[in-house]
Design a protein around this ligand. Structure first.
Ligand SMILES: Nc1ncnc2c1ncn2[C@@H]1O[C@H](COP(=O)(O)OP(=O)(O)OP(=O)(O)O)[C@@H](O)[C@H]1O
Ligand SMILES: [Mg+2]
Length: 336
């Protein structure tokens, strides 16, 4: 469902407009979250271990997100390990939220690609929506970055350049496929990119599940994450398309190469307003000031991907990936 255009009030200041936009989001777009937001952190999932959802038994918790929990599980019929994501129904307020969850699960199920997590099943019982997916043996990129940041040697606090570019190009490959199928992710961030240690490849997770939830949290002052990866058009509740994902991947590329993102120490809500007001000044330093790995050519790629105006971004994931490939080829030729 497209986001509604924010109403325009030309006589107002941008600040007031931005505030108005946020209020509109809360009123118009509050779909997935009910009134009981505190329940997210308080929800007791311990009793879930051992419980069955269809053919799948929940075995142990793997991690928690803003709204749900992911468990390792077991498929009884095929005797294989799976991952089971649970979203408590108590947190999905309206009927439209429930319909949206179901529709999105169906959409995502058709995305069959080596760099997209395969969905095996989805459904619901009295208490939960559940989604059963391929179990990835490895960290997500958020965990990987956090681990790297603790490295005692500063130059090792980021992914090696070639590794970072390979991960990003794999993500772009998966996205190109999804975009061609008409699916935009809209919640790309390091935690939604999983690295399969066994096969050494990146997989994009959580297609279509999140959509509006982050912005709703921010709008209500209940910051559960960061708007760093949120495209300005999302922050302003305008229409999103494949370029919304291009923006997020550009930010992730920046972070992988630099080991950090140069952002202000401010609340998620303030950061969100900054994205709406002046997206191109969101980062406080230019990419090439943040890492010796980022030269002028790579900086141009990052800046193009993360342009505030979607029309200035790469038009497709494929175009973004090709630019990275060309940059790599030129660099290799220079080195010879
Ligand atoms: N298919 C999977 N295989 C293995 N681990 C997974 C899988 N999917 C998710 N995880 C792990 O579970 C954690 C929680 O995932 P979840 O999607 O609920 O949260 P998130 O991505 O951090 O935040 P959000 O709720 O905003 O998506 C992830 O950080 C990831 O490490
Ligand atoms: Mg996730």
């Amino acid at each position: 469902m497209p986001w509604p255009d924010p109403p325009s009030f030309p006589e107002r200041s941008q600040e007031v407009d931005a505030h108005h936009v946020l209020c509109q989001i809360v009123v118009d777009r509050l779909q997935l979250i009910g009134g009981n937001v505190s329940a997210i952190s308080q929800y007791d999932y311990r009793s879930i271990v051992g419980r069955s959802f269809g053919n799948f038994v929940v075995v142990r918790e793997l991690g928690r997100g803003a709204m749900g929990v992911v468990f390792a599980g077991y498929q009884k019929t095929l005797k294989r390990q799976v991952a089971v994501k649970l979203l408590p129904k108590a947190l999905a307020a309206s009927d439209s939220a429930r319909t949206q969850f179901r529709d999105e699960a169906e959409t995502v199920a058709v995305l069959d690609h080596p760099h997209i997590i395969t969905i095996f099943d989805s459904g619901e019982d009295d208490e939960f929506f559940y989604q059963v997916m391929q179990l990835v043996d490895g960290p997500d990129l958020g965990e990987l970055l956090a681990r790297l940041r603790r490295h005692p040697v500063p130059s090792r606090r980021r992914l090696p350049l070639n590794h970072a570019i390979r991960v990003i190009r794999e993500v772009l490959d998966g996205l190109e496929f999804a975009h061609e199928e008409g699916v935009v992710h809209q919640d790309l961030k390091p935690a939604n990119i999983l690295i399969d240690n066994r096969q050494g490849r990146a997989l994009v997770a959580d297609f279509g599940i999140a959509k509006t939830k982050h912005i709703e949290f921010f709008a209500r002052g209940l910051v559960v994450g960061t708007p760093n990866y949120l495209a300005p058009e999302q922050a302003a509740a305008r229409e999103t398309d494949r370029r919304t994902d291009i923006y997020a991947v550009g930010v992730i590329l920046f972070e992988l190469l630099a080991g950090f993102l140069p952002v202000r120490d401010e609340s998620g809500r303030e950061a969100l307003l900054r994205k709406v007001r002046d997206a191109d000044s969101f980062f406080t330093r230019r990419p090439c000031e943040c890492s010796g790995d980022i030269d002028h050519g790579l900086e141009q790629i990052i800046l193009k991907a993360t342009a505030g105006d979607p029309t200035e971004r790469f038009p497709s994931a494929r175009a973004f990936s090709l630019a990275l490939e060309r940059w790599l080829t030129a660099r290799t030729a220079e080195a010879m």
